[in-house]
Design a protein around this ligand. Structure first.
Ligand code: SPV
Ligand code: MG
Length: 290
């Protein structure tokens, strides 16, 4: 079964899948062990990993390299954050071929102009494409995929750009008409009212995806109650969790003048060996090193 089919089946069977952001194969392994249904190959997280702002500075090649490395270590379906699709509809066609070959189950393409600016920044420059131009990009993606189960998810940034619910609904419907399998509706409001209102007003033919980064109070029970959200992406939690853990440990080492305390509160090296599958290395050594 393809990973795309696995993802579709997960949504059909459970009603809602939980997709965790990863910025490395190690973070993807940890997400899989924790029990998530899929991996979000996040542009924000990869940008942050390089110490860069999430504004189209990371190239498609860099993102694909990370995604391939994740695919090699994880059995979970990968939802690729391809931002604006790296250009116009022709760039989207190239991207879809490359991401599908790399083992991606789904892509999310957003209706901002290239180069984009990250969605959650206060006063970010948020310019949206004309609706028909973005429909062309969705049509290009849909007609390029090989596997009919490969999901093309259209993300509208209408609420992020402050254009209001009517515009967001109009765009969502237009993108579904262009062939999108799902609509990702993003919001940077600190509470969930905007997303809940959009979800209640959405009468489109395809289900919704949300990214509760700005409004963490919207947990699974409330999401399920809305009835038309099939995918939740935890969009920047991996990088924030790891930054916090490293900040705490690094500061303590300086403050304590050594690692004599901190070593108790970090994973032992044996845990890293386990994640690196050192047991298998030992087996292979015995078998093949003659
Ligand atoms: C990402 O994780 O790259 C996203 C989600 O696109 S957000 O950063 O909240 O826009
Ligand atoms: Mg992104």
């Amino acid at each position: 079964m393809s990973k795309a089919k696995q993802l579709r089946n997960g949504m059909a069977e459970c009603g809602l899948v939980h997709i965790m952001a990863a910025h490395s194969p190690l973070s993807a392994i940890l997400a899989e062990e924790a029990g998530f249904d899929g991996i979000w190959a996040s542009g924000f997280e990869l940008s942050a990993l390089y110490g860069l702002a999430d504004m189209s500075l990371i190239t498609m090649t860099q993102h694909l390299d990370m995604l391939r490395a994740i695919a090699a270590q994880s059995s979970l379906p990968i939802v690729a954050d391809i931002d604006t699709g790296y250009g116009n509809a022709l760039n989207v066609m190239h991207a879809i071929r490359e991401y599908e070959k790399a083992g991606t189950a789904a892509v999310v393409i957003e209706d901002k102009s290239f180069p984009k600016v990250t969605s959650l920044a206060a006063d970010g420059r948020q310019e949206l494409l004309r609706i028909s131009e973005f429909q062309g990009k969705i049509e290009a993606a849909v007609s390029t995929r090989n596997d009919p189960d490969f999901l093309v998810i259209a993300r509208t940034e209408a609420l992020i750009a402050g254009l209001g619910e009517e515009e967001a609904l109009t765009r969502g419907l237009a993108y579904a008409e262009a062939g999108a399998d799902m609509i990702l509706i993003h919001s940077k409001k600190k509470d969930a009212a905007e997303i809940e209102s959009f979800s209640r007003a959405w009468k489109g033919p395809v289900p919704l995806v949300i990214v509760p980064n700005a409004y963490p109070e919207l947990e699974t029970t409330r999401i399920r109650a809305l009835g038309n959200i099939r995918m939740t992406i935890y969009g920047n939690y991996g990088i924030r969790a790891s930054a916090k853990a490293m900040q705490d440990a690094f500061r303590r080492i300086i403050a304590d003048g050594g690692v004599q305390n901190v070593y108790r509160d970090i994973v032992p090296v044996e845990e890293i060996f386990r994640l690196q599958k050192m047991d298998q290395v030992k087996v292979d050594e015995k078998r093949f090193l003659k």
